[in-house]
Ligand binder design. Structure first.
Ligand code: NAP
Length: 489
């Protein structure tokens, strides 16, 4: 199969925070890969902007180092011509010394970007700068119909702050110009989830509480909070992961088929799911905090605060109160310092209503597993006869739809989520971006849970580094007669 790359229209992209960690690790290397793939062509300008003193040559050097460090293993399609491609890409880069809160640098930035073209402004800076940046862009006359902004997570820390952020940017940009990134939505498999659900007849008739016993969504990390302690201790797993990434995955699993695969049609359906979520009571949520293990310090030690009540793990049982999902629980968990790094969604179907096989052939149910990390792919567990002459014994085997095997290595060399999402920004396709009302509805649901913890003065339970989380999280499912899938890559 030959991969089809459709070039995007030439554009000007300003990366506010162009010297930051995200620009270095994801945005610049991602843009280079899209350039190599032939998707970025023609007269394009990519302009880094930050307060650090640097000239354009220095920024090109900075980008070259970032690409060398973070693009390892991804050869430019031009193969031998990699240095030439890099040179051509770097020639598109510019740098402007600029303070989001001051006047320095803005006239130069305005001169570099060209009205009438697609102008994308990537706010890769702290959220407190979103409002001032939007205002400045407007005041200086850099906003026209083809201008758009990209904003990063965290989009607020609760409903009120999210509303304030929405208000601040909506003063100068229409909702059609605002791209709120959740990079989970840029993953190939997440989009495949929609293709599988809505492109095949096979699954949709079974996609409801009559046939699905429950759904598990797991996002497990091996790493701890690292150097992000300050930010993380003010956020916790609920705000950092559950409110956005896991919530988005839940929406894609639970939503009704949209009439069209169009941004607002998809986002309307996702919003309905969030609004149909029941409040989560204290008995349906477990939080945890990792302990050290001799080699690695525990959470409390890392943040330097013995009294911190921030969770590095959360597991909960959610219910979507609508006709389709009444009676099917959604179990969601995410945490740091767990056994393995893995993200997956498991759709666990009900057992067959009646078994014609012997008792000792066991109970079997089909599981559709959508794997997001470390490798993307989809697996359907089916029950077959165990091969051999041992009689009618049953065994579960995976029908593995690993993309690398099915499509060939080149096809399966997917763009990173950021690459895809930035190209969508340029194309003006908002389907994979969160709308303001979606984000606010997600905060309204999570706020209630967080406030409950606060009111009850609850501290998180501890769990061992390298474990599967606190024991109480196991009980969350055990008492429903179910169990979590093993956390394994
Ligand atoms: P970072 O490494 O701290 O970089 C921040 C950038 O903003 C730097 O380039 C900094 O450069 C610039 N900056 C700070 N104050 C400024 C000002 N007043 N005017 C102009 N530029 C200013 O942060 P980051 O990790 O790249 O994250 C950027 C955003 O993405 C944050 O909202 C973060 O939450 C979000 N995010 C990051 C990641 C990630 O993997 N890093 C993942 C998800 C979301 P100067 O100090 O030189 O001005």
């Amino acid at each position: 199969m030959v991969s089809r790359v459709i070039p995007v229209e030439p554009f000007d992209l300003v990366i506010f925070g162009g010297t930051g960690d995200l620009a270095r690790r994801k945005i610049l290397p991602g843009l280079f890969r899209r350039f190599c793939a032939g998707q970025i062509q023609g007269d394009v300008r990519i302009i880094g902007a930050a307060r650090a003193e640097m000239d354009t040559e220095g920024y090109r050097q900075f980008a070259a180092e970032a690409i060398a460090e973070f693009n390892q293993g991804h050869d430019c399609d031009h193969g031998e011509d990699q240095p030439a491609s890099l040179k051509a890409f770097l020639a598109m880069l510019h740098y402007v010394v600029l303070d989001a809160l001051g006047d320095e640098g803005w006239p130069k930035l305005k001169d570099l970007t060209r009205p009438g073209r697609i102008r994308a402004y990537y706010f890769s800076v702290a959220p407190r700068l979103f409002g001032p940046l939007a205002e400045k862009l407007h005041d200086i006359g850099m906003v026209d119909d083809k201008a758009r902004i990209v904003v990063e997570k965290p989009f607020g820390r609760d409903l009120q702050s999210a509303k304030e952020l929405n208000r601040a940017i909506a003063t100068h940009f229409s909702e059609e110009q605002i791209y709120r990134i959740d990079h989970y939505l840029g993953k190939e498999t997440v989009q495949n989830l929609m293709a599988i659900r809505f492109g095949n007849l096979l699954f949709e008739p079974l996609w409801n509480s009559q046939y699905i016993d429950h759904i598990q969504i797991t996002v497990a990390e091996v790493v701890g909070i690292g150097t992000r302690g300050d930010y993380y201790d003010r956020a916790g797993a609920m705000r950092d992961m559950m409110q956005n990434h896991l919530m988005q995955l839940l929406c894609l699993i639970a939503m009704e088929p949209p009439a069209k695969f169009k941004p607002d049609a998809v986002r309307d359906e996702k919003l309905k799911v969030i609004r149909a979520l029941d409040p989560v009571g204290p008995e349906d949520v477990v939080r945890g905090q990792y302990e050290g293990n001799g080699e690695r310090p525990g959470y409390i030690h890392q943040v330097g605060n013995r009294d911190t009540k921030t969770e590095s793990y959360v597991a909960l049982r959610a219910r979507v109160s609508n006709w389709r999902w009444a009676g099917t629980p959604f179990y969601l968990r995410t945490g740091k310092r767990l056994r393995e790094r893995t993200s997956e969604i498991a759709v666990v179907f009900k057992d067959a209503p009646h078994s014609i096989f012997d008792e000792d052939s066991g109970r079997h149910s089909n599981i559709l597993t959508i794997k997001l990390q470390p490798n993307e792919g989809i697996e359907l567990g089916v029950t077959i006869k165990e091969p051999g002459p041992g009689g009618m014994r049953l065994v579960d085997v995976p029908l593995d739809m690993s993309f690398a095997e099915a499509l060939g290595p080149e096809e399966a060399d997917f763009p990173d989520a950021y690459e895809r999402l930035i190209m969508d920004v340029i194309r003006g396709n908002q389907t994979l971006f969160m709308r303001g009302d979606e984000v606010e509805a997600a905060w309204a649901w999570t706020d209630a849970i967080i406030e409950g913890w606060k009111d009850r003065g609850e501290a998180p339970l501890t769990y061992a580094t390298g474990s599967s989380g606190p024991d109480d999280a196991l009980m969350l499912m055990h008492r429903d007669g179910r169990r979590w899938r093993e956390i394994k890559a």
